[in-house]
Design a protein around this ligand. Structure first.
Ligand code: NAD
Ligand code: MG
Ligand code: MG
Ligand code: MG
Ligand code: MG
Length: 333
């Protein structure tokens, strides 16, 4: 990076929400020298945690009153109400409104005040990783975007914030609210969360239904996935191919395309279309407003899947997991 924090602004920051991203952002920004206050509903579930971490915790209305920059890190589905009822009325004139995901602004649920700068800084990783990488002197790559630049310095604010998160140590890439929102939703739905978990469950079911032991099936399709993903992370698919046997490579070439074929890709395109045209977001808002009936049903089915039962028993024997496992506070990606 050519930019340094000496030349960038040092806004007084209010972080609203103290979950997966909120905690990591607040802690990294404080360690980077920023003045940080946390905004939470009194008696909310994460208030005690923020106080135990040494933060001054105020109500969202109080926290944002004299902040130069407000980071909105509550769940996406409560951001519209939070903005309309609390932030719009209490943020300083000319302050910076920052999001970690562009959903509400891109799809028009939030229409920010005209005097505000509106920016996005999205770390490409869950909060626990954003914190852990910072602590060991590294960073998670961040993407940033400008939606509204009233001050003419919106980009400097975004860069200052991303730098404070440790993202500048990894990589910073400029994007748009549209690109971040649509690619983030697609990635988590088709590949990272939805695609990967469905692939693992289907593989496990196939082996168990054919009469193999669930314990063996768990190791084959879930546990060993870590090694493969670590190789992807370090050196792409090239590095995986360097490390696996010739037999595994041949099987990859002939059977991978039988499982993920052109029809899978066509359905991925349908998923992307629903994201782009707002169908996914419209359905998600309706589901949320109805009290999450399908969400709860789907989640329960995942939690009760046989792979979770056997996995719990096997992981109890992996003594190293208790110390090292990140402790996410959220299911979002
Ligand atoms: P989370 O569910 O982990 O935490 C939400 C926090 O907001 C909690 O502290 C909760 O108590 C608080 N909260 C809930 N309702 C509130 C209200 N009405 N007023 C004030 N506080 C309230 O959320 P998260 O997963 O960290 O997501 C935050 C944002 O970051 C979202 O925009 C999400 O899309 C984005 N994001 C998340 C991840 C991730 O890995 N979790 C990654 C990138 C971006
Ligand atoms: Mg994401
Ligand atoms: Mg799933
Ligand atoms: Mg093998
Ligand atoms: Mg996401």
């Amino acid at each position: 990076m050519t930019t340094t924090t000496d030349t960038l602004p040092q806004p007084k920051i209010a972080v609203v929400g103290y979950g997966s991203q909120g905690r990591a952002h607040a802690m990294n920004l404080r360690d980077s020298g920023f003045d940080v206050v946390v905004g939470l509903r009194a008696g909310g579930p994460t208030e005690g945690k923020a106080k135990a971490d040494g933060f001054i915790v105020k109500t969202p209305a109080e926290a944002v009153k004299d902040a130069d920059l407000v980071a909105v890190l509550t769940p996406d589905m409560v951001q519209k109400q939070l903005y309309d009822e609390v932030l719009a009325a209490n943020m300083k004139q000319g302050a910076v409104l920052l999001f970690a995901h562009g959903l509400n602004v891109h799809f028009g649920m939030i229409a920010p005040r005209e005097d505000l700068d509106v920016v996005l800084v999205a770390p490409k990783g869950p909060g626990a990783l954003v914190r852990r990488e910072y602590e060991i002197g590294r960073g998670v790559p961040c993407i940033y975007a400008i939606y509204q630049d009233k001050s003419g310095k919106a980009k400097d604010y975004a860069l200052a914030y991303a730098g404070g998160l440790g993202g500048a140590r990894a990589n910073l890439i400029e994007t748009t609210f549209k690109e971040e929102t649509e690619t983030d939703l697609f990635g988590e739905q088709a590949v990272l969360c939805g695609g990967a978990s469905s692939l693992v469950q289907a593989g496990f079911e196939t082996l168990v239904e054919a009469g193999y032991q669930p314990e063996i099936a768990y190791y084959e399709v879930l546990h060993e996935l870590k090694l493969i993903v670590d190789l992807f992370y370090e050196g792409g698919i090239t590095r995986m191919l360097e490390f696996i046997s010739e037999t595994a490579q041949y099987g990859d070439y002939v059977s991978g395309p039988r499982v993920i074929d052109a029809s899978t890709k066509a359905r991925m395109k349908d998923v992307l279309t629903d994201i782009q045209n707002g169908t996914f977001t419209k359905n998600w808002v309706a589901e949320y407003e109805a009290g999450l009936p399908n969400y709860k049903k789907f989640k329960q089915a995942d939690l009760e899947h046989p792979i979770e039962v056997v996995g719990k028993q096997l992981r109890a024997k992996m003594v190293w997991l208790a110390d090292n496992a990140p402790k996410p506070t959220s299911q979002q990606a």
